[in-house]
Write a protein that binds this ligand. Sequence first.
Ligand code: C2E
Ligand code: MG
Ligand code: MG
Ligand code: MG
Length: 280
Amino acid sequence: RAKVLGKARYEVFDIEMHDSVVKLMQLENDLRRAIERQEFQIYYQPIVLVDTGRITGFEALIRWQHPTRGLLNPVDFISVAEETGAIVPIGYWVLSEACRQLHTWQLEFSAQPLTISVNLSSKQFSQPDLVEQIIHILHSTNLDPRSLKLEITESTIMENAESATAMLLRLRDLGIEIYLDDFGTGYSSLSSLHRFPVDVLKIDRSFINTIQTNHEKPKIVQVIMTLAQNLGMDAIAEGIETVEQRNQLKTLQCRYGQGYLFYQPVDKQTAAAIIAQDRQ
Ligand code: C2E
Ligand code: MG
Ligand code: MG
Ligand code: MG
């Protein structure tokens, strides 16, 4: 009897393994066609002044309108896209589309100071012509480089330390600012932070969402704020969800923020309506 159960279990395991491999291969296949089928969309989440809630710019966040699975979030496909290399053409599409869209809004709403932040994957930094690609996009969309912000993580810099730093310096020379995303999580390299060409620290949501309940968290945010000030950088708080968190951040003199309390990521039509309303 034990033997029979054991065998049954093996079969269940095999079937599950088989299913997940098939699903993964299907996903890889679907991803490869998604660009030409125009299934990707960008959602835009406003970045605001913590004090007033006024919009200073947007972060571009990719979504995938999958033919059968509905609207997918990055968590459902970005890691697969990174493993297969599909993230390179996808990343290029996001950059061009986000730059084109921001330029349109700047003209439409006479909103020249609005900025757009685009997330870059470390795979994109292994492309030797990344900087040329970005220059090309800026030219073809007519966007002022000072309107473009690139979000990278510390591990992206550390994975390609020398070449990434060189590329970041060139991007910065063009007038593009570099945001360090999810700051404070994972690969923290405080000792080399001052050597990275970074303009803004984005304080990870995990430090913001417990800022009220966990007495250590405000201190950590305070330390990050002090660090940013000493390095001549700005800070953006990610994931602000409550009025209490916002007030705490005001006290800590964190100027910029992003989170559901202000706005969720929204489609481009909604984003345009939000800009119109913000500018009244
Ligand atoms: P991220 O760059 O740290 O983006 C912030 C994430 O936090 C977004 O998730 C956003 O929807 C979510 N968020 C914003 N405010 C709040 C809040 O108040 N509460 C909570 N709980 N969440 C909030 P999303 O859109 O699912 O993106 C997840 C991650 O996927 C991003 O994290 C980024 O690392 C990656 N990603 C998104 N778009 C792209 C892209 O175009 N290229 C690459 N390479 N990565 C991308
Ligand atoms: Mg980001
Ligand atoms: Mg982030
Ligand atoms: Mg994050």
